[in-house]
Design a protein around this ligand. Sequence first.
Ligand SMILES: C[S@@+](CC[C@H](N)C(=O)[O-])C[C@H]1O[C@@H](n2cnc3c(N)ncnc32)[C@H](O)[C@@H]1O
Length: 232
Amino acid sequence: MARNVLAVCWRQWRAERALDRRGVHFRSTVPAAVAAAYAAMSAAEFEAINGPQAWANWRTIPRAVRGRLPDRPCRVIDLGCGTGTSTQVLAYATPPGSLIVGYEQSAQLLAHTGRREYVHRGGHPANIRFVCQGVTEPFRGPDGGRLANGSVDLVSASGVVGHHLNTGTIRPLVGELRRVVIPGGLALLDYGPTLPAAALVSLLGAAGFLPLGHYRSWPLARSGQVAFRRPG
Ligand SMILES: C[S@@+](CC[C@H](N)C(=O)[O-])C[C@H]1O[C@@H](n2cnc3c(N)ncnc32)[C@H](O)[C@@H]1O
């Protein structure tokens, strides 16, 4: 396993260096710069720079949601889904029959989501849709309409909130979480260099969400996810 992880990190470093040379800098909290950088990547470059995140997702998301979702098909949103790597993990880890909607602002990356298989851990194909939109815009459904209040069981984010948002830009997203997550529902949000866990817990706490636990891919990881419950 250590060799695999090293290979993933090596690919990430090489791809990021090549992007840097082309003037593509995705490590930013400036919305226009983030959008331009991801739009300028090929799918192969994206998968290389996202490799460690894709690896981490299998170690955090299943643990964070286990035993915390109702035993029925759920309505799930995957914020900043890229080419569908995190959506695959959510398809695996959420109850069979769940509808998982991935939000992504890069149409170029979304075009590659169809290459993947989205399968529940029981082997059933999952019910997946994608919407091209920003994570700080009002949440829309696959039909383009605004999502109803209290209509989502789980909103998950990996590699986006703690890497591209900060305490100022996250506010519209927190408002949408308050609006769409059902009482008793979950928000699983990533923290990282641009938004530390303490700031995330404080912002979500002020919006009425209770922290349930912190999840990291390995003990020294500097980014991870916090699971929150909306009391109900
Ligand atoms: C590091 S990747 C993570 C991809 C995926 N969630 C995963 O865990 O493998 C970050 C993704 O978030 C998207 N993103 C960044 N800011 C966004 C925003 N404001 N709205 C929608 N997508 C955004 C990027 O285009 C990119 O696909």
